[in-house]
Design a protein around this ligand. Structure first.
Ligand code: HEC
Ligand code: HEC
Length: 503
């Protein structure tokens, strides 16, 4: 049967010119709704989805002065203690705002400009314990940043990005406001990578100093004053700060770490990538999703007890995250965060509440197809593996370890004695699986395994692939977030991939 195409139109704007009203009407081609469309429409209404989590938020545009300054700082290796790392080292727009690796490589890279697969450090094994999340849509989080929300809004006001109530950071105790945190969550977060020895600082720079001493030194370096005077060859940062902050003040006043972090945060907040096929579908264009994607969406938004996959129980709302923490027990690999033997206790590290052990913040699934490998330790390479984990976590973990564990991941190809790297990985993952079991018995978790056949698993994966913003796939479109030239200090990181091609 050939479906009849109809057009659905809506009034976009009305302008009154003289005595005449001019109506602008937008139309989208639409086929007759299928059964799946009708069921999805009901779920969309039910779950209050509008498709666009950026709506109703005050976010800067990349063309604005502060994000422009923030971009130059984000790409500058001068914020790396030993001039070899910038924020972009682990968060490049061409890599979905992340780094394409299981575990990041920050300082001591054999080639600091090389990002993505092939980036290695001189030690030959990554030392940063968690997977790099994307910085895309950083302006859309209201509760916390980092996978354990250790930068956390105390009030969690909707659509505020942490800008209303005080923010707690690792510089203060849980629940205690950090009065120096800055204007919003991304600004507060930006104060921490620079203090991490493995991410940006190196142990050559400010060894044993407090976080504030490290930040002040970096600000003095960028500003070319005090203890940082002369650390940069060329230095035109003052002009950049004066333009962005519309100020004639001197470097010492204007180039503070607070102003550095704020500008970086504004750059991140300008990275709004939410225009996905799913968004367009929610807006009424029934033609953008394939039938498989619609079936996948139905599974995603339907609870397990109603025959669905129950994903939106946690990946809820238009951001597709409840911004809460749950035990999922994805394989724990890597050096760990210093808990147990190479383990990572997740949210418990912040709250000191054993109930929070192995809980991590629900990931946003926007642009998820671009940000593999997956999970807090980057242990699953494909979305199919992730979905299979939900269906049967014990089996998925068993398979993961039976099939070569981390050594099957591309980043570990060619690593000598790969198998001996993380002897406690499987035992640690088992502990997390036991916690899932306990929580299930106590009915304390929304993590219920759905029964899905192979077709349904494939449908869910193809729905997840409909969550990608087209701009994020298009180098020309991303160019607005990738600076040209060498930067105000000649230390701009102009990234290349393993083939040497510009990212
Ligand atoms: C060596 C790699 C590396 C570098 C360099 C790095 N990051 Fe990250 N970033 C990470 C990792 C890993 C996490 C998650 C860490 C965690 O949750 O414990 C993260 C988390 C974040 C987050 C939180 C995202 C979320 O979903 O909550 C933001 C924002 C961010 N980084 C921005 C920055 C900025 C700004 C800089 C520079 C000042 C920077 N990063 C430098 C690896 C890196
Ligand atoms: C109980 C809450 C919960 C449910 C239900 C849930 N998730 Fe998750 N999801 C999470 C949490 C928490 C994480 C982060 C876990 C980690 O990093 O270790 C996550 C991570 C993911 C990731 C990896 C994200 C990344 O950036 O690495 C994907 C993909 C994903 N979930 C998809 C799904 C799908 C598909 C479903 C339905 C089958 C689902 N989730 C059901 C809570 C949930």
């Amino acid at each position: 049967m050939v479906k009849e195409s109809v057009y659905r139109c809506r009034l976009l704007s009305v302008a009154i010119i003289g005595a005449m009203s001019v109506f602008q009407v937008g139309c989208v081609a639409e086929s007759e709704p299928t059964e799946a469309d009708l069921a999805l429409e009901a779920l969309i209404v039910d779950q209050n989805l509008i498709g666009d989590p950026s709506e109703g938020r005050e976010l800067p545009l990349i063309g604005d002065a502060l994000p422009q300054l923030g971009m130059k700082l984000f790409y500058s290796k001068s914020l790396g203690g030993n001039f070899d790392t910038g924020c972009v080292s682990c968060h490049h727009p061409s890599l979905g705002g992340a780094d394409g690796l299981t575990l990041p490589v920050g300082v001591d890279a054999t080639d600091p400009e090389l990002l993505g697969l092939g980036r290695e450090n001189t030690a030959g094994v990554p030392v940063v314990p968690r997977n790099s999340p994307t910085v895309f849509n950083a302006g859309l989080w209201d509760s916390g940043m980092f996978l354990d929300s250790r930068v956390e809004s105390l009030g969690k006001e909707p659509k505020a990005n942490g800008s209303i109530s005080p923010i707690r950071t690792p510089d203060t105790d849980i629940g205690v406001a950090d009065l120096d945190a800055g204007a919003n969550l991304p600004a507060a977060q930006a104060g921490f990578p620079v203090t991490s020895t493995d991410e940006m600082k190196t142990d050559l720079f400010e060894d044993g100093s407090t976080n504030d001493e490290i930040r002040d030194h970096l600000a003095a370096r960028i500003g070319g004053y005090g203890e940082g005077e002369g650390e940069l060859g060329t230095n035109t940062w003052l002009e950049e700060f004066q333009t962005a902050y519309v100020s004639a003040e001197d470097a010492e006043t204007l180039i503070t770490f607070e102003n550095i972090a704020h500008a970086i945060g504004e750059f991140e907040r300008s990275m709004v990538f939410v225009d996905t096929p799913w968004h367009q579908y929610v807006n009424g264009d029934r033609t953008v999703l394939t039938e498989d994607q619609k079936e996948g969406a139905l599974l995603f938004f339907t609870p397990v007890n109603a025959g669905g996959a129950g994903c939106s129980g946690c990946h809820s709302g238009d951001l597709m995250s409840d911004e809460r923490h749950h035990t999922i027990a994805f394989p724990q690999i890597g050096p760990g965060k210093g808990d147990g033997n190479n383990d990572d206790f997740g949210r418990e590290r912040e709250t000191a509440n054993p109930a929070d052990r192995y809980r991590f913040r629900t990931a946003s699934l926007l642009n998820i197809a671009l940000t593999g490998p997956y999970g807090h330790a980057g242990s699953y390479e494909t979305l199919e593996q992730v979905v299979r984990h939900y269906v049967n976590p014990n089996q998925a973990v068993t398979d993961f370890f039976a099939q070569g564990a981390w050594c099957q991941l591309p980043q570990y190809e060619g690593v000598t004695d790969c198998e001996t790297l993380y002897p406690d990985a499987q035992a640690n993952t088992q502990l997390a699986l036991q916690k899932v079991q306990q929580e299930r018995q106590a009915r304390m978790t929304p993590f219920i395994s759905p029964m899905l056949n192979n077709t349904q698993i494939a449908q869910l994966v193809s729905f997840l692939e409909a969550l990608t913003d087209e701009c994020a796939l298009d180098r020309a479109c991303l160019a607005d977030w990738i600076p040209e030239g060498e930067g105000p200090d000649g230390n701009q990181l102009n990234a290349v991939d393993a083939e040497g091609d510009a990212l």
